[in-house]
Design a protein around this ligand. Structure first.
Ligand SMILES: Nc1ncnc2c1ncn2[C@@H]1O[C@H](COP(=O)(O)OP(=O)(O)O)[C@@H](O)[C@H]1O
Ligand SMILES: N[C@@H](CCC(=O)OP(=O)(O)O)C(=O)O
Length: 372
């Protein structure tokens, strides 16, 4: 069962406010250094890492000397803006001690539901991961309100796991995992080691909300695991203060709660693609592209497209047809219809010259293609 954890190549690690701030006394830099050391070891072992870090509001409160979380939205947002500085500084300097760079990414849920912004965030994150830089993601609290009100970086982390096609989402929190009842009020509560993310019995055990600093509680963590499962990722909810927690997960130790998806990664993603999008245009392929897609399981390159029909934007769904009009596949276009018209029939090396930039060498990436 834990082979899914030991074998995972791309991890999203989410660290909640409850853990990052030593009981409201500012950032717990010592704890951060310990996680960083383990994340660097994972990196060295070839694991690709994306970090989702909460703690901006809590760090800001401590910088301002506030002892209780304000309820006014503008005060929360101000605290987040102040605290985010300290938060990224702390991560950057801690990773720098191991010769690693970090990159700050602030996202909102809207960024991930708009197809174009989704693809842009996805290519930036992919580029960072390829550069071996560790992206440090938080919500863009200045422009959103619901998230800091509900304190829901769990959901953000799951959306990021979908975005980067992570195989594992690790949610570090202040309890050892998900218990069969809220351990705050039930001292006899037992840890759930493994479950299917979609098991309805979990709804009842994850009832309560979060603690004084964190906001989401187990409910948002369960919802996050279900969201992550939609792209085939496994989720581990585990105690961030457990000794060498990330090392132990990597070596397959049975700690925390493992929540499994019902389907494999690509199957889940393609099902999501198939069910969720309307088609906006058509690409007429040449014979070579038809066989590359249907037999070779390849991406669609601009060179294999003869004609572009319809009006679509980057990130929208298009139908790919053979020269005789037979539908071959559907997929998400990396370029708008206007751009596609300029690059079809050309090699991918020519894209920069033709458009002035290159989003991706493929017109439709094979991960975003569903064969019909
Ligand atoms: N079934 C459960 N198992 C474990 N913890 C639970 C459960 N139900 C509610 N909780 C509460 O959720 C809290 C963790 O969530 P939260 O405070 O939002 O932390 P974080 O900042 O890590 O997101 C725990 O401290 C715990 O009291
Ligand atoms: N984005 C905000 C709030 C996020 C939040 O509280 O989330 P969490 O502690 O993970 O439940 C922050 O950094 O403080």
């Amino acid at each position: 069962m834990r082979s899914k954890v030991t074998g995972a190549q791309r991890w999203v690690v989410k660290i909640g406010s409850a853990l990052l701030t030593a009981d409201g006394k500012g950032l717990d830099r010592q704890a951060m250094a310990v996680w960083v050391e383990q994340m660097v070891a994972l990196h060295e072992a070839g694991v690709e890492l994306v970090l989702v870090s909460s703690g901006a509001v809590a760090a800001g409160m401590s910088r301002l000397g506030w002892t209780s979380r304000p309820s006014a939205m503008h005060e929360l947002q101000a605290a987040a803006a102040i605290g985010q500085m300290g938060l990224v500084q702390a991560w950057e300097s801690s990773f720098a001690e191991h010769g690693r760079h970090t990159a700050q990414i602030l996202l909102t849920h809207d960024d991930l539901s708009d197809r174009k912004r989704y693809l842009n965030a996805r290519s930036t994150l992919r580029a960072l991961v390829e550069l071996k830089v560790i992206p440090v993601i938080n919500e863009n609290d200045t422009v959103v309100t619901d998230e800091i009100r509900f304190g829901d970086n769990d959901t953000l982390a799951a959306l990021v796991a979908n975005l980067v096609e992570a195989d594992l989402l690790v949610i570090l929190t202040d309890r050892d995992g998900m218990f069969d009842a809220d351990p705050r009020n039930n001292p006899d509560a037992k840890l759930i080691y493994e479950a299917r993310a979609d098991d309805p019995a979990l709804d009842a055990v994850a009832g309560g909300t979060g603690g004084a600093l964190g906001r989401g509680g187990m409910q948002t963590k369960l919802r996050a695991a279900r969201l992550a499962a939609r792209s085939g990722a496994h989720t581990i909810i585990v105690g961030g203060r457990l000794e060498r927690v990330l090392d132990r997960l990597k070596s397959g130790e049975r700690i925390g709660t493992l929540l499994s998806p019902e389907r494999g990664m690509l199957a889940a993603r393609k099902q999501w693609l198939a069910g969720h999008l309307q088609t906006r245009g058509t690409l007429v392929l040449d014979a070579g592209a038809v066989s590359a897609l249907s037999q070779g399981n390849k991406s669609l390159l601009p060179v294999g497209v003869k004609l572009v029909q319809g009006s679509f934007r980057r990130g929208e769904m298009v139908v790919c047809v053979a020269p005789d009009g037979r539908e071959i596949a559907r997929g998400l276009a990396n370029y708008s219809a206007l751009e596609a018209q300029k690059i079809i029939g050309q090699s991918s090396d020519a894209i920069v010259g033709l458009l002035g930039y290159m989003a991706e060498p493929e017109l439709v990436h094979r991960d975003n293609l569903i064969l019909v």
